[in-house]
Design a binder for this molecule. Structure first.
Ligand SMILES: [Zn+2]
Ligand SMILES: [Zn+2]
Length: 123
């Protein structure tokens, strides 16, 4: 079975995910853009039951019933969970120890993308 590990820049926050992800997708929403500082965000989604936190993150409620996990020491945004995707935990690709093992296969909130970004389906 696949096992993935990751964490923040300084190592205060660490997570593990066992089994295969539900999805790997680029999100172009403004909320992710603001929360990460990136043009878009590549998220790896797991069932929350697959996830464990040896060192859990601090949480910011970015909108109602939506929690973004981050490191309060180094500032790295790490995770996302929301009632909209109940039972799932999503991680930003750059927080994994081996981010090269994931390739995004779709786009979310494509209508909010920056003009120069090419969607996966347009490649
Ligand atoms: Zn940190
Ligand atoms: Zn988003």
């Amino acid at each position: 079975m696949s096992e993935f590990e990751g964490g923040c820049r300084c190592g205060k926050v660490r997570f593990k995910a066992a089994g295969d992800p539900k999805f790997v997708a680029n999100c172009h929403c403004e909320d992710c853009r603001r929360s990460t500082g990136g043009a878009f965000s590549t998220w790896i989604g797991f069932e929350t039951g697959q996830v464990s936190w040896p060192n859990p993150p601090d949480l910011h409620e970015s909108s109602p019933a939506t929690a973004r996990g981050f490191c309060a020491v180094c500032g790295t945004p790490v995770s996302f969970s929301s009632e909209k995707w109940a039972g799932e935990t999503h991680f930003l690709i750059g927080t994994f120890d081996n981010p090269d093992q994931f390739t995004p296969t779709g786009d979310a909130f494509a209508a909010e993308k920056l003009p120069w970004v090419t969607l996966i389906e347009e490649r």
